[in-house]
Design a protein around this ligand. Structure first.
Ligand code: ATP
Ligand code: MG
Ligand code: MG
Length: 530
């Protein structure tokens, strides 16, 4: 301690960042532009932003673009859009490729200091040597020889160069295998989406992360704790190059049951057309969960609540959907839908001509506004409701009043129609059934309600499981319903509630001659039928 008074800021988390000073913290979110952001990335992004802003510091969004084989401009653009969608705003946007020249120089310095060597040991053999703790035959190459191979052969991508990689000379016998001379540079002739064909060699993550973190002024590198074994090599590289120390802070990966969070595997589903695209509602991508009806607020609340937990857990989706429900329930306007299959006509002795009244869209939140409700002599109710009604029972039609059933026409176990009499003076507190109903007029709208199942059948795939062996045969379920006229005015992306049914998000709004499509939003409580 220098005796100066350091202002520290208590974060809302149980754990503060070690050595964090208000105004000086710099964190970074380093996505590789090799796919669309998924909910795991969202956790990393939101945590980094949370700490940066909580400590009044800075957040760097760094595209970790060091493997041209996997990376594309398209992915980079989508990541920028998705971060904006999540409300994560970086103070600085950078690219690992901005530092290719600098990293190349530092790699040369490593060679000159005797801290790195070129190795053309075949992959399999190298793996075996690392496994058992043997030294590579190339480990004692001279500095001159290493410099020549690295700066001439490897740099120019010659045949000889492509056989070699550059390895850090750490400790080939270390009990922590991450320290057994990790590869820090390797050749790749694929053109890079930013630097074209300038480079034929690229730093690995193990080299790039510590070097660029240090150069960019990162004070706290948040890493998922599957990298914990690699923390000592991160520190080793900084020391070897005499670079500024960076605090590493681990957090747990998020995993969800029956869900794959790997860009490579998600790409497989896209390529095989198991899903529409990266924004498929069955996908755990930011776009997918948004399309399914997740709000940014729900997602953020979930991640902040999880906070710094270090246990890798396999979460049930109900946790996050339940938080989302708390966000949407108070504001989602409420409408009416009746299952089209075996919908039951109720004939009333009511108004000779249909008429319309304005009613609140949300009974508990007048701010949501008013909607027209159509009243008519003929209404539809759900078969499931109708089947439970008894002869002469008095029931309540929500937003209308009581009716007394006079006749129930059945065919087998199916109710065909009901005759009933309005009894608007009746006391709704005395009825046991409060039913949703829909005026059976030309105003009603046919809608397509869609529900989904998870793409895979196994809760948690184990090491050695091939996900292709656990594909859910059917994952998309459509049902037809009739909904009230207000559905015609809904816009794409709007979230609503169908009373007594649940929450839905408009995926395809109404258009003349086309059926609107609404996706079921899980509420974390109702167990999906599937
Ligand atoms: P994938 O396996 O899907 O390609 P990745 O970790 O290789 O994921 P990156 O783009 O390198 O993808 O990740 C960017 C950041 O997101 C990293 O800091 C990484 O640790 C973090 N991250 C990735 N997956 C998860 C997850 N499931 N939970 C929490 N953080 C994650
Ligand atoms: Mg990665
Ligand atoms: Mg990965």
């Amino acid at each position: 301690n220098n005796g100066g008074k350091k202002e520290t800021h208590k974060a809302n988390f149980e754990i503060d960042l070690p050595g964090a000073e208000v105004g000086k913290v710099v964190t970074r979110f380093p996505p590789e532009p090799s796919g669309y952001l998924h909910i795991g990335h969202a956790k990393a992004a939101i945590l980094n932003e949370y700490f940066a802003h909580n400590y009044k510091g800075k957040l760097i969004i760094r595209f970790d673009d060091t493997n041209p084989t996997k990376e594309k401009e398209e992915f980079q653009d989508s990541i920028i859009e998705d971060l904006a969608l999540l409300g994560v705003k970086g103070d600085i946007v950078s690219y690992s490729s901005d530092y290719f020249e600098k990293m190349y120089e530092l790699a040369i310095q490593m060679i000159k200091d005797g801290n790195a060597y070129c190795d053309d040991t075949p992959l399999e053999k190298m793996r075996e040597e690392r496994m058992v703790g043997d030294a590579s035959e190339r480990r004692e190459r001279t500095v001159e020889e290493n410099l020549k191979i690295f700066t001439e052969d490897m740099k120019n991508g010659t045949e000889e160069g492509l056989k070699n990689c550059l390895r850090a000379k750490m400790d080939y016998t270390a009990p922590n295998k991450a320290l057994r001379d990790p590869v820090i540079y390797r050749g790749n002739l694929t053109p890079h989406h930013r630097t074209g064909t300038t480079w034929k060699i690229y730093p690995t993550y193990d080299f790039c992360a510590p070097v660029v973190d240090s150069i960019e002024g990162v004070t706290h590198a948040l890493r998922t704790n599957e990298y914990r074994d690699r923390n000592p090599q991160y520190e080793w590289i900084l020391k070897a190059l005499n670079l500024r120390h960076v605090h590493i802070w681990d957090f747990a990966r998020v995993n969800f049951v029956r869900t794959l969070l790997s860009k490579r595997k998600l790409q497989w589903f896209v390529d095989k057309k198991y899903v529409g695209n990266w924004d498929d509602p069955r996908f755990p991508t930011v776009r997918g969960v948004r399309r399914r009806g997740m709000t940014v607020e729900g997602l953020r609340n979930f991640i902040i609540a999880q906070g710094p937990s270090r246990n890798i857990i396999n979460l049930d989706w109900s946790v996050i959907w339940a938080l989302n429900k708390k966000v949407i329930d108070p504001i989602a306007p409420r409408f009416t839908a009746v299952d089209a299959e075996n919908a039951v006509v109720v004939n009333l002795d009511g108004p000779a001509k249909p008429y319309t009244e304005e009613k609140p869209k949300h009974k508990k939140n007048p701010d949501v506004g008013l909607k027209p409700v159509v009243y008519a002599n003929q209404v539809l109710i759900d078969q499931a409701d109708a089947i439970a009604i008894e002869d002469n029972e008095e029931i309540t039609f929500m937003d209308w009043g009581n009716v007394i059933v006079q006749k129930i026409v059945k065919e087998g176990d199916i109710v065909k129609s009901i005759d009933a009499k309005l009894h608007l003076d009746g006391d709704f507190r005395k009825t046991s059934k409060k039913l949703t109903w829909l005026a059976d007029t030309k105003d009603k709208v046919e809608v397509d309600l869609v529900d989904f199942d998870h793409l895979i059948t196994k809760d948690k795939l184990e090491e050695g499981d091939n996900f292709e062996d656990f594909l859910t045969p059917e994952t998309e379920f459509h049902s037809k319903a009739f909904a009230d006229l207000n559905i015609r005015t809904l816009k794409q992306g709007e979230v609503i509630q169908f009373e007594r049914k649940g929450y839905y998000r408009v995926d395809k709004p109404y258009e003349e001659g086309q059926t609107p499509v609404l996706y079921t939003i899980p509420d974390g409580k109702t167990v999906s039928k599937y």
